[in-house]
Design a protein around this ligand. Structure first.
Ligand SMILES: C[S@@+](CC[C@H](N)C(=O)[O-])C[C@H]1O[C@@H](n2cnc3c(N)ncnc32)[C@H](O)[C@@H]1O
Length: 219
């Protein structure tokens, strides 16, 4: 961790940091307003997070990662840019989702370049899985967008398969495939490293469908 990152953590954590301690979150209290809240899982060093928050001050960004230097870096970027719409959470996104966020509380989810876990025996560690999507769906408002991106093509195919098969999500693409990188998503640090190696980047934009009828009420 650099001295600047350590200093930012010390100065800004009390104001903008969130410990993942299992307590149910009041998002209006956390951000001090009722603007829509998007969760970003695994922001890395946070450059793209800060750029997107600056470009869209009408949206609050709850950014979670386990990587402490990155948390300090993002706090620094937010401070320098005078951003008030980012909160930084330290810990496991699954606990944040499962234990701290209320049903229908989020207006979107961003997962950019999650760890690809290329070895077959590690595939179960990939975050985009059917059970994860069921948890996410319960925390998203109907109409909310799940936006994923990856430079690891086998993982992109897995993401497309599990999102397409999940009954709570529909592809925003009429052709049912990947999306080109939308203009509002800046290149990320990890993406740049992948592009340097010749990797192909795929974006996926899926919508949380309207509330479904309970199973036994469907014809
Ligand atoms: C490959 S990096 C990508 C970082 C950034 N999105 C980018 O594109 O540069 C994946 C990030 O996800 C974080 N991460 C992995 N599992 C996580 C979890 N369960 N909860 C929160 N963060 C997680 C890692 O610490 C890492 O910073």
């Amino acid at each position: 961790m650099t001295a600047g990152q350590a200093d930012a953590l010390q100065r800004l954590w009390p104001k903008w940091g969130l410990d993942i301690d299992g307590r149910e979150l009041d998002l209006v209290e956390l951000f001090g307003n009722e603007k829509p809240v998007v969760l970003e899982i695994g922001f890395g060093m946070g450059e793209a997070t800060a750029q997107m928050a600056a470009a869209d001050p009408g949206t609050n960004v709850l950014a979670v990662d386990v990587h402490t230097p990155g948390q300090g870096n993002l706090l620094n970027l937010a401070d320098r840019a005078g951003l008030s719409n980012i909160r930084v959470a330290n810990g496991d996104a699954i606990i944040l989702l499962r234990e701290m966020l209320a049903p229908d509380s989020l207006d979107g989810l961003r997962v950019y370049f999650p760890d690809p876990w290329p070895k077959k025996r590690h595939h179960k560690r990939r975050i985009i899985q059917p059970e994860f999507l069921t948890l996410v769906a319960s925390r998203l408002r109907p109409g909310a967008i799940v936006h994923c991106a990856t430079d690891w093509e086998p993982y992109a195919e897995q993401m497309l398969d599990v999102l397409t098969a999940h009954p709570d999500f529909e592809n925003t693409r009429a052709d049912g495939g990947f999306a080109p990188r939308p203009g509002f998503r800046p290149l990320t640090r990890f993406e740049g490293q992948g592009l340097d190696k010749g990797h192909v980047v795929n974006d996926l934009l899926f919508r949380r469908v309207q509330q479904r009828e309970p199973l036994d009420e469907r014809s």
